[in-house]
Write a protein that binds this ligand. Sequence first.
Ligand code: SF4
Length: 371
Amino acid sequence: MSFLEVIKEFHPKDVAQAIEAKGPEDVEHALGAKRLSLDDFMALLSPCAEAYLEEMAQKAHAITVKRFGKTILLYAPLYISNECSNSCSYCGFNVTNKIPRKTLTLDEIEEEAKVLHNQGFRHVLLLTGEAPSRCGLDYIEAAIRRIRPLFSSIAVEIYPLDEAGYRRLINAGVDGLTVYQETYDKDLYLNLHPRGKKRDYVWRLLTPERGGRAGMRRIGIGALLGLSDFRVDGFYTGLHAMYLQKHFWRTQVTVSFPRIRPAEGGFRPLSPVTDKNLVQLICAMRLLIHDAGLVLSTRESAELRNNLLPLGITQMSAGSCTAPGGYSHKADTAGQFEIHDTRTPEDVFSYIRSRGYDPVWKDWDTAFLSK
Ligand code: SF4
């Protein structure tokens, strides 16, 4: 059974109503449960649970320390192209935006990679838009082979591929795949993606499964917060993470919490997500899935990231630039969105350490897989 069949059982209107209807008894039941049922998860996502945030935060912290210790993995995004044939309403790379476009040469990619390597990063996330004619699989594969000696883990956040495509990337040295559904609400999804291949909701929804079947060691999912009701999209994200954990038990599942940031095109969040909402979502997710990595990017302010640190986060980006070529040169191209936490990787590293956590540059080596 694919996740498409699972999600069909949960209509967004029913999910919203069920979450809204949860009361104090439901929340208290969820807080007392060793393992959450989907009903419990809904209770923790409900407006009623906002009165229990402190208790949720304490539980989330305790579970995370038990499962992960006090380590925070640091990674950096590496944008190699901002060309895209899609028109996602919220994205600076939207094909209709008149921004300078650039796809890095292999030498430029290596130059960028060396900057990140020298800053200490050993985990990198390679990103592109969706423009296979300018940025095809051969090019992405060559980029991976070029930077592979510099990193112990390379993940990709590129346009969805078929299973064979992911196998090719794994053979080239990739071990992680990140793909956000943006919103699980199909009608809204179609509104926000008026043209291009990304309009295919089902192709995107089933991407993590194709990655799992191909043998990805890490798979990251998430909803773009600010598009739809965060409680409903949060529920689907949790459901999706549980599905992936069950079907690809050798793969580490991670969940990200990207909130919409200002970008070219001036898109404004349709359903704004407050800091308090974000805290509730992160805590509820940790209480649902104890073993999943929870990821927080530089979309959030330094102050908020500092405060969210003990709540269940296990991975953070640092010193990010979302414009291709922006690490080695002052970018003459546009970024995907504005960064909020502009601290250097060193500053983030020192802050994490000052809070009694262990910031780590590396928790994996491809040699683990060598025969
Ligand atoms: S979100 Fe991705 S696919 Fe959509 S416009 Fe931006 S880069 Fe292109």
